[in-house]
Design a protein around this ligand. Structure first.
Ligand SMILES: NC(=O)c1ccc[n+]([C@@H]2O[C@H](COP(=O)([O-])OP(=O)(O)OC[C@H]3O[C@@H](n4cnc5c(N)ncnc54)[C@H](OP(=O)(O)O)[C@@H]3O)[C@@H](O)[C@H]2O)c1
Length: 271
């Protein structure tokens, strides 16, 4: 596969629509196609140059790479519909809880790659984990990685970890929205103006994440740079530890992972 290829996005809703934008804005793709059931909602993508006047089968037929961005409950119906148009092609499935085994059973002559992005793809900052299925070549992987690169940062992972990825990076934006909202209210509680409080909380999350990634320092070292003995920050840390914040966060990820596994088991049995 090569950059300059034609990509079809089947199910251009929230995530699929954002990917179509990433691909067009990258300027690397000859043609980007997008479908959804309610085609009238594709007009914004059409204005960007996305080809939207095709049905699923036509789009899949014209594409070198197909991105499946429908909800997990619609995946098998769509794969069934386009099965003979994706033979010998690579299909990138973004659906949570739909295993490569289920996909390969539904379309045995197609090479599938499973990926889990997150909602930050809307600002081209997704962390996306991906797992190649059987028959996927290194050239296929390069083609998929080019697509993932337009969406943010990516990493390959064994498929057995996909439920955990769904519980961590797939769901994390929602946990962080909850935390940043709480921080915004915390700022308001201690007298900061609302907009200032929101911006200072969100920007500090962004800056702290960059510090973790760019310095690769141990958390103890990072915290030591902020916490002064007998100072201000340790008072806040003491309250967080007292409320067992680490356990609460670990439990959230564990519960989401468990739910993803349960849904995967259910959908696997259904197929
Ligand atoms: N949202 C997230 O944070 C997130 C994160 C990681 C992974 N994912 C995965 O990404 C996938 C999409 O999620 P989403 O949040 O973007 O959902 P969404 O906004 O509901 O988008 C799904 C799209 O699929 C379209 N669709 C349904 N049946 C179709 C069909 N037969 N043919 C063509 N299009 C069809 C829908 O079209 P209409 O609306 O026009 O009916 C809708 O636009 C899911 O599998 C999810 O597991 C989502």
């Amino acid at each position: 596969m090569r950059v300059g290829m034609k990509v079809a996005i089947i199910g251009a809703g929230t995530i699929g629509g954002a990917i179509a934008r990433c691909l067009v804005e990258s300027g690397q793709y000859e043609t980007v196609m997008a479908t959804r059931r309610n085609a009238r909602k594709l007009s914004d993508l059409e204005k960007l140059g996305v080809v939207v006047d095709l049905d699923n089968r036509q789009a899949a037929e014209s594409a070198d790479l197909v991105v499946l961005a429908v909800k997990p409950s619609n995946v098998l119906e769509v794969v069934g519909e386009i099965r003979n148009k994706i033979q010998s092609k690579v299909v990138l499935s973004l659906a949570a809880a739909i295993s490569l085994k289920v996909l390969e059973r539904a379309a045995p002559q197609t090479r599938f790659v499973r990926a889990m992005p997150n909602i930050a793809v809307l600002v081209r900052s997704s962390f996306t984990a991906y797992s190649p299925g059987s028959g996927v070549t290194s050239e296929d992987k390069r083609g998929v990685e080019e697509v993932l690169r337009t969406m943010g940062v990516f990493a390959e992972v064994e498929e057995k970890h996909m439920d955990a990825v769904t519980g961590l990076s797939g769901s994390l934006p929602a946990y962080l929205f909850t935390i940043v909202e709480a921080l915004m209210y915390a700022g308001i509680k201690v007298g900061l103006p609302r907009d200032f409080s929101l911006k200072s909380a969100a920007q500090t999350v962004l800056g702290s994440a960059k510090l973790i990634l760019e310095t690769e320092k141990h958390f103890a070292e990072l915290k030591d740079m902020v916490v002064t003995p007998g100072g201000v920050t340790i008072e806040g840390i003491y309250e967080l530890e007292d409320k067992r914040i680490r356990t609460a966060i670990m439990r959230a990820v564990e519960a989401a992972t468990h739910k993803s596994k349960k849904i995967a088991e259910f959908l696997g049995q259904e197929s």
